[in-house]
Design a protein around this ligand. Structure first.
Ligand code: GSH
Length: 190
């Protein structure tokens, strides 16, 4: 089994954590240019990571990869409520990726522009909902939704994309899990 990804991607990290006890090859790619981009293009036409290859079968998108692995590795499949939590996390994570790409394109993300405002509103709406879930005792285990939430929060802290000022429960959640071996082993800062 081969996982195409990058050490810094939060979408890749969630799959690396899921695969932490499963033998696999991890290819850490520079996805934005050069030979690595060509390799990625030859595997995944969306030009995004993660992408999984298993016995000649290619799977795109972390969500589909999880579902493939869950059935292959006998993990529990997700309930509809968990699927909704993943949709929330993915939506905020996608918006953060867009903001980071704007920044990398030297576009000032403090401008009052529709495209920027929509991302920021989505992030606040999702963070507020996730905080309420935490307050109500949600995200209390260590299964795929928690792994995805941790990967996003940690990446946002790493990239300094949000202060979390109004979301102490998200920081508390992060603190609670940060020393897990599968998380220190996949830390994007190393
Ligand atoms: N829905 C996708 C999102 C993956 C994604 O956005 N990955 C980022 C890296 S964090 C990427 O490959 N971005 C490249 C681009 O946007 O061109 C998934 O869950 O796998």
């Amino acid at each position: 089994m081969k996982l195409y990804g990058s050490v810094t991607s939060p979408f890749v990290r969630r799959i690396r954590v899921v695969l932490s006890n499963t033998p696999h090859e991890f290819l850490d790619l520079q996805i934005f240019s050069g030979e690595d981009r060509e390799l990625l293009a030859s595997r995944n036409p969306t030009l995004k990571v993660p992408c999984l290859e298993d016995n000649g079968q290619l799977i795109f998108d972390s969500r589909v990869i999880y579902s493939y692995l869950a059935s292959k590795l006998d993990h529990d499949s997700l309930s509809w409520e968990e699927e909704n939590l993943l949709t929330l996390i993915d939506a905020a994570n996608d918006s953060f990726v867009q903001l980071m790409l704007l920044k990398r394109s030297d576009i000032d993300i403090n401008q009052d522009k529709l495209i920027i405002r929509l991302q920021k509103e989505r992030i606040e709406s999702v963070f507020s909902t996730l905080s309420k879930q935490l307050e109500a005792g949600g995200f209390s285990g260590w299964t795929y939704p928690e792994i995805c939430l941790y990967s996003m929060v940690d990446w946002v802290l790493f990239r300094e994309l949000h202060s979390f000022k109004d979301y102490p429960l998200l920081l508390e959640f992060h603190e609670k899990h940060r020393d897990r071996i599968e998380l220190t082993a996949t830390d994007p800062r190393q």
